[in-house]
Ligand binder design. Structure first.
Ligand SMILES: [Mg+2]
Length: 256
C-alpha cells in the first residue's frame, strides 16, 4: 500500500470473525489496534453477520464508532446521550412476519443437510438465519455449503457465506447497503464519493460486496482459502492471519 494511499485514509471498516478475532477470540494486539484507532480519533466501524444481541454487547465493550450486524439487516450506533440505538432495514411488523418463516427454513435445512447446525448465536438474531458450517461443527465440505445456499435461495432469500456461517434473509440489503446508509444518516458521509478515504478489511465471501466497493480494501492473510470464491479480491493482503493481520494494517496506518 503506497504511502499516498495510507496518508489519505480517514477511517477503517472491519469485519469481525476471523478478521478482528482469531479462532473466536479478540487477540491483545487487535484490541490494542482498535484502541489506537479510537485514540487517533478514527474509531473503527465493525460490519458483521453476528446478531444484533451480540453487536449491542460488542459496541458497549469495544472502542467502535458503530456496528453493522446481521449482514446489513441492522446497524447500531450511539445517540447524542451515548445510548446505543438500533436501526433496522425493515419495519418491526415485517420482521415479525418473516421470523416464523425463517425459523422453519432453518429447521428444514438442519434436518436435510448432514452435519449442519443452527448457529449458536441466536440471542436476538432479528432479521436472518445463520447455519453453522464451521464454528461449532466439524467443517462441512464446500458442496454442503453450496447446497445450503441453494436451499436458502430456493426459498427466495438473499444469502452470504462467512468463514463460519451461511446466512439467509428477506430483502436485497447487504453489508454494503447498510454501511452506506449508516455513514450517510449518522455521519453525513457519502461513501460513494469518498470511498478512497476508507479501508474495508475482511476475510470471507460475505465481505465481497465491500471488496468490490472500496478501492483500498484489505484481506487478512487467511482470506487465501476463499479467493477463488470472491469476484473482486481485496486490493491488499496482510502477511499475518486474522486479528494479527488487522493489527498489522493498523500499524501501517498509524506507525508506533
Ligand atoms: Mg469474517
Amino acid at each position: 500500500m503506497p504511502p499516498s494511499v495510507r496518508r489519505a485514509i480517514r477511517g477503517v471498516l472491519t469485519d469481525i470473525d476471523d478478521t478482528l478475532t482469531t479462532k473466536g477470540v479478540l487477540p491483545t494486539v487487535a484490541e490494542a489496534a482498535l484502541a489506537r484507532l479510537a485514540a487517533a480519533n478514527m474509531p473503527a466501524v465493525a460490519i458483521t453477520g453476528r446478531p444484533v444481541g451480540l453487536c449491542d454487547d460488542l459496541l458497549a465493550r469495544w472502542p467502535l464508532a458503530a456496528i453493522v450486524g446481521e449482514n446489513g439487516g441492522v446497524y447500531l450506533c450511539r445517540d447524542g446521550d451515548g445510548r446505543i440505538v438500533e436501526h433496522y432495514e425493515q419495519p418491526a411488523d415485517e420482521r415479525a412476519r418473516q421470523r416464523e418463516r425463517l425459523h422453519a427454513i432453518a429447521a428444514w435445512i438442519v434436518r436435510e443437510v448432514p452435519g449442519a447446525a443452527l448457529a449458536v448465536d441466536r440471542f436476538r438474531r432479528e432479521t436472518d438465519v445463520a447455519i453453522d458450517w464451521a464454528e461449532n461443527v466439524n467443517p462441512l465440505p464446500q458442496t454442503a455449503v453450496e447446497r445450503i445456499v441453494a436451499m436458502l435461495k430456493a426459498e427466495g432469500l438473499s444469502t452470504a457465506v462467512s468463514s463460519i456461517h451461511v446466512h439467509g434473509w428477506y430483502g436485497k440489503h447487504d453489508k454494503l447497503s447498510a454501511t452506506r446508509a449508516l455513514y450517510q444518516v449518522r455521519f453525513g458521509i457519502d461513501l460513494a464519493r469518498e470511498r478512497e478515504h476508507y479501508i474495508y478489511v475482511g476475510d470471507a465471501p460475505n465481505d465481497a460486496p465491500m471488496f468490490a466497493f472500496f478501492p483500498n480494501s484489505v484481506g487478512v492473510a487467511n482470506i487465501a482459502r476463499f479467493l477463488d470464491r470472491i469476484d473482486t479480491p481485496p486490493a491488499y493482503i496482510t502477511q499475518r492471519l486474522a486479528g494479527e493481520g488487522f493489527a498489522e494494517l493498523v500499524e501501517l496506518l498509524l506507525p508506533t
